[in-house]
Design a protein around this ligand. Structure first.
Ligand code: KIV
Ligand code: ZN
Length: 518
């Protein structure tokens, strides 16, 4: 029997979060994130929306088959085909869930669904009946509930409970509500549908007005015992409630919410945030609550003085409680394969065989250039290796010639998906411009660069370079990230990945007869 004060954490990084523009994760990347979410101790992982693409259904299925611990949910509209697809993917999990939804607001019913309330009610009933025929654990969401007529939403929720839904989620789909209003909405819903007391009520809040976390906990105050959220607040538009903020709010100030708590292992928060940021290419703003680079930094002399004397003078959370001691030295230049495998396993990665050989090779390259190889470096390296299995283009070599008063010239060689090599050459306005043009030429493509970011994995002049690229190829977005000792190499590799990603999303066949400059 669950403690009535426990709030379940439903993570939707891999579904709503993955809907953020420019994010495109492959199955291996999604699996890595899902394993990490399991280590973080979330209660439910919404692994994807299987009907939307074969890639999504494959990823949800792999997560269901391989990730132990959390419930694995798949999203489905009320269509039978969606529900069947969701079930076919999640059924391999020890604890599968089908999450089905339909809008109850008139704005959506009239303009988007172009149907009637009566039809929505019928679709909701049929969907829950069908889903319950397949799976014992069914979640139902009346989308855009906070802008819908509450009486109608109540009627739809009552039908969903009657037909066996086990969780009823009340989404603030467009981030419109406010904490007081949402709490009152839920309180009224409990009055209209007393049967809600027999199921788990969930909240799902978007951050359009910056209120997603505040609204979520207001929902919990009203009685909700599941909060839907995403790592680093990823999600449609301004995102979802940030998981790390919800969890640390309840850990730090559960007293202000009648003792509500979650079962998350908060020491895994920082690492999960870094992994998601790296694989999605979405940087975390430096002053972001809980996981921002500055969240535990003290700039003013008075604050530094206070913290040196007593940490709690200016800190309400202990950095160690979110696992922020990962910058410690773990390996040196002379460390061997076993030491590397041990360090990786301490970080939660089980790397063996060929993957270990490859990781060791990369580690040695780093250790030759860097005096101290930290846990953060190893994390960056392993995450970089996960991306290697994406089929597509591969960087073989590059050279950039530049100097003051000269236009940079880049020459590159790229391996094409059909196994042949192609060369490219270009001049550009700057080093990266020349490099990217040369790579595009070699691949015979002409994308527009949308975003290019350069970062360092750790502090210090010998820090590894980390880059993120987003391109637009004939209307298809491609994203790529990479880590290397040299930032120019990291940029070239990230760009090549973005090209591969865009091509695979556009399903363009690329062969050597399509290549650009020879
Ligand atoms: O925001 C929303 O309404 C959703 C639903 C599918 C739950 O993401
Ligand atoms: Zn949403």
């Amino acid at each position: 029997m669950k403690d009535p004060k426990q709030v379940l954490i439903f993570d939707t990084t891999l579904r709503d979060g993955e809907q953020s523009p420019g994010i495109s994760l492959n199955t291996a990347e999604k699996l890595e994130i899902a394993h990490q979410l399991a280590r973080l101790g979330v209660d439910v992982i919404e692994a994807g929306f299987p009907i939307t693409s074969p890639g999504d259904s494959e990823a949800v299925r792999s997560i269901a088959q391989q990730v132990e611990g959390p419930i694995i949910a798949g999203l489905a509209r009320t269509h039978k085909g969606d529900i069947d697809a969701a079930w076919e993917s999640v059924r391999f999990a020890a604890r599968p869930r089908i999450h089905t939804f339909i809008s109850t607001s008139d704005i959506h019913i009239i303009h988007q669904l172009q149907t009637t309330r009566e039809d929505v009610l019928g679709q909701a009933r049929a969907a829950v009946v069908h889903a319950r025929g397949l799976c014992e654990d069914v979640e139902f969401s009346p989308m855009d509930a906070t802008r819908a007529d509450i009486e109608f939403t109540a009627e739809v929720c009552a039908v969903a409970v009657e037909e066996g839904a086990t969780t009823i989620n009340i989404p603030d789909t467009v981030g419109y509500t406010t904490p007081d209003e949402y709490e009152a909405y839920l309180a009224r819903l409990y009055e209209l549908v007393p049967q809600l007391r027999d199921v788990v009520v969930s909240v799902h809040c978007h951050n359009d007005l910056g209120l997603a976390v505040a609204n979520s906990v207001a929902g919990a105050t009203a009685g909700a015992r599941q909060i839907e959220c995403a790592i680093n607040g990823l999600g449609e538009r301004a995102g979802n409630a940030a998981l790390e903020e919800v969890v640390m709010l309840l850990k730090t100030r559960g007293d202000a919410y009648g003792g509500l708590f979650t079962n998350c292992n908060t020491e895994e928060i920082a690492k999960t945030s870094r992994l998601v940021s790296r694989l999605t290419g979405y940087a975390v703003q430096p002053n972001k609550a809980v996981v921002g680079r500055n969240a535990f930094a003290h700039e003013s002399g008075i604050h530094q003085d206070g913290v040196l004397k007593e940490r709690t003078t200016y800190e309400i959370m202990d950095a160690r409680s979110i696992g922020l001691d990962a910058n410690s030295l773990v390996l040196g230049k002379h460390s061997g394969r076993h030491a590397l495998a041990d360090a990786l396993s301490q970080l939660g990665y089980s790397v063996e065989g060929q993957a270990l050989n490859q990781a060791f090779k990369r580690f040695k390259e780093i250790a030759d250039r860097k005096k101290q190889v930290t846990a953060m470096d190893l994390e960056a390296l392993v995450t970089d290796e996960i991306r290697h299995d994406e089929a597509g283009f591969a960087l073989e070599s590059f050279k950039v010639h530049t100097g003051s008063g000269e236009s940079p010239v880049a020459t590159v060689s790229v391996k094409l998906p059909d196994g042949n090599s192609a060369a490219g050459e270009a001049t550009g306005d700057g080093t990266f411009d020349a490099l990217f043009q040369a790579l595009s030429n070699a691949c015979g493509l002409a994308p527009a660069l949308r975003e290019f970011r350069v970062d360092a994995v750790t502090a210090g002049e010998d820090a590894l370079g980390e880059t993120s690229v987003v391109i637009d190829l004939n209307g298809v977005t491609g994203a790529g990230q990479a880590v290397a000792n040299d930032v120019v190499e990291a940029a070239a590799r990230a760009y090549i990945r973005a090209l591969s990603n865009a091509v695979s999303r556009a399903e363009l066949p690329i062969t050597s007869d399509l290549k650009g400059t020879p």
